[in-house]
Design a protein around this ligand. Sequence first.
Ligand code: GDP
Ligand code: MG
Length: 681
Amino acid sequence: MISNMISQCSRSKSLKTSFQTKMEHRVTSDGKCNSKGAPPLASSYDAQIRPLLDAVDRLRDLKVMQEGIELPTIVVVGDQSSGKSSVLESLAGISLPRGQGICTRVPLIMRLKRDKSAVSPQIQLQYKDETIQITTEFGITAAINKATDEIAGSGKAISNIPLTLVVSKEDVPDLTMVDLPGITRVPVQGQPENIYEQISGIIKEYISPKESIILNVLSAAADFTICESIQMSRQVDRNGERTLAVVTKVDMAPEGLHEKVMADDVKIGLGYVCVRNRVGDESYDEARVEETKLFETHPLLSKIDKSIVGVPMLAQKLMMIQAASISKCLPDIVKKINEKLSFNVKELNNMPRNLSTMTDAMKAFMKVLISIKETLKKILILREYDEYPDDLEMHGVARIVDMLTQYSQELPVNPHMISEGEFLMEEIIFLEEAKAIGLPNFLPESTFKTLLKRKIDGISHFPIEFVKKVWNYVEKVVIKVLLKHSDNYPQLQSSMTMAAQNLIEKMTKQSCQSVQRMIDVERVGAYTSNPDYMATWCSLMGKQDHFMDLLHNHSECSILNLDRFGKFNVDHLRQQQKEIAEKAFDLRMRMIAYWRSVELRLVDGPALHILYSIQKLVEVEMDEEILNEIAGDSGKGLEKMLEESPSVARKRDRLRKSVELLEESKQVVATIIDRIALLDD
Ligand code: GDP
Ligand code: MG
């Protein structure tokens, strides 16, 4: 499919140049060969343009733009009453609603088709899936006004829903253009306050795609540099590369026009064409004769180069630009259609089949369950994040390790950090209260244990908070994965989510209990087989003599240096009984040496517990819990699967329609590309 797409694209690209050259040649020669200077409108008709235009129009009919595929379009913009509708009238030779104030309130797609065999004009108005045949040219205005009222209401409001007017006539150029409401700053009575924003919104929607050709209609009397429509088109086409200017009402303001057009202060890349539209009750033929006469005889207007005046010249230029634009855009359109098509086909294939039996439902459900399990295993155990490469929050193991690191950093690394008051005073108070009738040189074990309990209580909230935080995070990951994999069965999602939440709540409770037990164990007994304890205590006790010296020798500095465990002021201890201070020192050194073991156990224990519990959740418990919820209770949950949810049905329907549309569009472009290839041969 992809290679086919690429070959189609490259083929049409290579065809483009020769086709465009042919086009340009054709139009230019038509323009020149007419000795009267005013070629009949349709004289530049070329059999080569029609199929291209038809193809693009067909794509437009198919509403391929709804799929985000832009089509080359000539968009008519201009300030209000600058003469947009009049220009279209002149090109088509038919009457459109025109006048002062706002008459064009919805986009009007005007499709002109030259039909040599047409005895009388064939006119159709299409909107909202309706097609109205208009039998007389005079009926057009009424039909458009009626359709506009239906779409935008009968007041002055506007809408972006377009009307399509198809005009098949003997003497029109093959062109498709969109007429838009004119830009106005000041709302008239009955118009919403934000009319300017509404209109400029519609205009921007049409002129922003780079495929659009902007036909900027300017009144000859206007100062081009301050025209709203110029300012707006320059926002999307800075250098004017896809902007053509049409200057209207030249009969009303001929002074200085030649100079204005030559100066090109507003950067119009595709050039200017000056026209005189129909005035009053003139017929279209009369209007053309008057226009020719005006540009030939008027003292000022006759100075303007003939290659940029008159409606026929405008028609030729537009056809040329249109053909060039279509052939330039075609490869991209092919590419986009193919891309969109293959994406939607894949989406459609991934949609679940309609399930008719409980066995089918069970199979489909098991598939969902297995996919959830596999993904969770990757995220929470195996560290494989290919399904969520850019979503760091879903990189489970890494995030849990972050939490563990943060937890172990928060945990005080030595008991000083949770001691209150001055150095050793806590120990001294406890020793005072534990005094007994007995030999003085025994350190009561109960005092150590009481102190230890106090220290453990001081940090017991940390491990509990840590496990709660991890489960909270795991719950978020689980729910996200679960919703993603059960996307096609929204009818199951709430029960599945609930089952997962209940399970995780249960597991959080269990974890809190386990960790609480670890804390309780630490509070009750003091034991370690770690040789580090004795080594640290011995090395700290090596400082005891120095400590005692500091207490006795009042003239010495009162700072005790315990190296990595810190520096302490001992001045307040010089008043204490030396014997009790000595005992307090020993007590503190034992605590410091022992604390390292406590800390290690309180980090490693919860960490291993979490590792184990998450594994249990993913490997066993989650499946069981969800299976019980959905398939238990005689399969009530599974029954729900037999009925397709309306949102999935809608999605399937939308995808089917879109695939159909894109396949037809693909056919349309394939045919036209083959035609171009034939012409090229
Ligand atoms: P729109 O609002 O831009 O669509 O402007 P219209 O096409 O409705 O024209 C506004 C008014 O200007 C109408 O009364 C037209 O008859 C008039 N008008 C447009 N073009 C010309 C022109 O070239 N010469 C003269 N004299 N009047 C024109
Ligand atoms: Mg108009």
